[in-house]
Design a protein around this ligand. Structure first.
Ligand SMILES: *Cc1c(COP(=O)(O)O)cnc(C)c1O
Length: 355
């Protein structure tokens, strides 16, 4: 028996919807969304709703104090009827860690999965089916109580919205090293998937874009010396034939793609090293050729090569290879996600029955 309600208007919204040819990433809204409220210490009953604007008190903690954490994952449906998710329990656990850091109530695993199944199941026929395409799912949890007291909200809402997407790909990325602004400090909320981290990063991202770069590369907050990640993507370097990625330091977001690539690369015979990586050392290794390749990874982009690292003075550092190891790992990961290859790690989960 279904444990959530389906609001009037859902069927009509589904009947009206067609998947356009051009999807982009987040440009097309799926016609339904899921919503459930938390009050007086307990979660209420979930509802599947037509996608649309929501009412929120203008003084809500989410708006005034950025009391909001989120997740991002994809439903894939390549040559299948029933879509599948990729490691959704990892998203559930990460949302719980994010909520814990912001002292928000956690979303129980069963509720998290119910919401994903409700949305992805109802939308299964709209999950685009070309390799690289997917239904992007965006779960988020936020404080709804109005007021300025410096304490947590006493009421919360958990929602899931969705977008049919194509792989977020820009071609080889031109990355701008950010030497002044800081995204996240150890002790802060960097390891949490918190909206506030993005707020801190948007200026550098916009400036990078205005200067013709794709994204900013963040350095640690204390010494501005060690690389952290790109806004929304983790980073890997191929150094002397081995894969190096910054160790999780409390300020870096522990990407599920990052974690999956570490496991997969080792499985494929690569040596993978997690360690602090100093930017000056990395730039030196690019110039000597010891660092032959750089790439970024995340749910949205999957694995995306980095074509250039640029410093504030405009100097471009170009790794000699673009996308060799990256292409191997991208295909290895995507073929599991899309169920074109065996799933030796038990990462794929078929979504439950639709509404
Ligand atoms: C979501 C996110 C990532 C990538 O995480 P995945 O689980 O691989 O999608 C990396 N960095 C930041 C800041 C993020 O918000």
């Amino acid at each position: 028996m279904r444990s959530y309600d389906v609001a009037p208007g859902v069927d009509a919204a589904l009947a009206r919807f067609t998947v356009p040819e051009k999807l982009g990433f987040g440009a097309v809204d799926a016609p339904v969304m899921y919503s459930v409220d938390w009050a007086a210490g307990a979660w209420g009953r979930g509802r599947l709703l037509p996608h649309g604007p929501i009412a929120i008190a203008p003084g809500a903690r989410a708006l005034q104090y950025a009391e909001l954490v989120f997740e991002g994952l994809k439903a894939y449906r390549i040559n299948r009827d029933v879509p599948n998710l990729f490691r959704p329990l990892e998203n559930s656990r990460r949302l719980a860690r994010s909520a814990e850091r912001l002292s928000m109530p956690s979303v129980p695993e069963a509720l998290f999965l119910e919401a994903l199944d409700a949305v992805a199941g109802t939308l299964s026929r709209f999950v685009p089916g070309k390799s690289g395409q997917a239904l992007y799912l965006r779960p988020f949890l936020f404080g709804t109580e109005s007021g300025y007291l410096i304490r947590n909200s006493s009421t919360f809402r958990f929602m899931v919205i969705a977008n049919p997407v194509e792989a977020y790909s820009t071609g080889p990325m031109r990355v701008a090293i950010e030497r002044e602004d800081v995204r996240a400090a150890v002790g802060g909320v960097g390891f949490a998937k918190a909206a506030a981290n993005y707020a801190a990063s948007l200026r550098a991202s916009s400036q990078a874009a205005a200067r013709g770069y794709t994204v900013a590369l963040w350095l640690d907050a204390t010494e501005h010396r060690y690389i952290q990640e790109l806004s929304g993507m983790n980073i890997f370097a191929v150094i002397d034939g081995e894969l190096h990625t910054p160790s999780l330091d409390g300020a870096i977001l522990p990407g599920i793609t990052r974690d999956s690539l570490i496991t997969l690369a080792r499985h494929l015979g690569h040596r993978v090293i997690e360690r602090p990586i100093a930017i000056d050392e990395l730039l030196r290794q690019i110039s000597t050729g010891a660092c032959s390749e750089l790439f970024a990874c995340g749910t949205a982009a999957i694995v995306n090569p980095i074509g250039a690292l640029a410093d504030r003075n405009g100097a471009d550092h170009l790794p000699k290879c673009i996308g060799e190891v990256a292409a191997e790992l991208r295909e290895a990961l995507l073929s599991i996600q899309e169920r074109r290859a065996p799933d030796p790690f038990g990462w794929v989960r078929e979504i439950g029955p639709a509404a």
